[in-house]
Design a protein around this ligand. Structure first.
Ligand SMILES: [Zn+2]
Length: 240
């Protein structure tokens, strides 16, 4: 068994040119993604090993023992390519940073950010690229405590149209399924809706993407959800 107690260094996997050529060739040939010839990462070959690496990293972060970003970077190696073992949808909240929360070096996490960690069409397409082209083994929908987007969904669940700009369209995606299921007077309403929203995001990914669904069915990919508590730093998995 590989030692997963330390952060995994980014591996030189494929040049940007090779990635571009692979995507173009595949699109022309079949309009479908085909896996790129990425060298197998011997340390993280399964979705479960990816989960273990993230959770070990979160333990280091919580104990203030994070080490991934103290490692001297090989910038030429980093610029040459990427083979992230996990992809993450995170909230845009400035207090949430997966590379730090999971103590992982640059090149190891493929991160999409949107308020409320909602799986938008663009986010799903980005994750499909991570899975089909980069060989990502794990997707994490990452909610967090004190989420303003989820809070707004609860506060304005009667009428999101009072929110400015495009916010109603975004918040509505949380309102109907999750904010409407909690009692606003419940002190745990925000926590409950946040967990619901993260779990829903994970199930939506599998439902709305055949690329992700097929990878899950083949055992090459797992999609999980969880919530990071900002006060303690602890990330808790809420859906496997
Ligand atoms: Zn948030």
């Amino acid at each position: 068994m590989s030692d997963l107690s330390q952060p995994v260094s980014p591996r030189r996997a494929a040049s940007s040119l090779n990635v571009l050529l692979a995507v173009c060739a595949t699109a022309i040939a079949s309009f479908a993604f085909a896996p790129l010839e990425v060298p197998a990462d011997t340390r993280l070959s399964t979705p479960d090993e990816a989960i273990t690496s993230l959770m070990d990293g979160n333990k280091r972060f919580v104990k203030q023992k994070a080490s991934a970003h103290k490692i001297e970077l090989d910038r030429a190696d980093l610029a040459a390519g990427q083979a992230p073992f996990a992809a993450i949808i995170r909230c845009a909240d400035s207090r949430v940073a997966p590379e730090i929360c999971f103590d992982q070096p640059l090149g190891s996490l493929f991160v999409c950010a949107v308020a409320g960690n909602i799986p938008t069409l663009e986010g799903i397409a980005s994750l499909e690229y991570g899975v089909a082209v980069l060989g990502t083994k794990l997707i994490v929908v990452m909610g967090h405590s004190e989420c303003g987007a989820v809070g707004a969904a609860i506060e304005h669940r009667g009428d999101t149209s009072v929110l400015p700009g495009s916010l109603p369209q975004l918040i509505d995606q949380i309102v109907s399924p999750c904010a409407m299921t909690v009692d606003p007077a419940d002190p745990d309403a925000l926590a409950k809706a946040t967990e619901c929203n993260a779990n829903l995001g994970a199930s939506e990914l599998v439902k709305r993407s055949t690329v992700i669904k097929d990878a899950v069915a083949s055992g090459k990919l797992k999609v999980i959800a969880g919530v990071q508590d900002l006060a303690s730093g602890v990330f808790k998995i809420t859906r496997r």
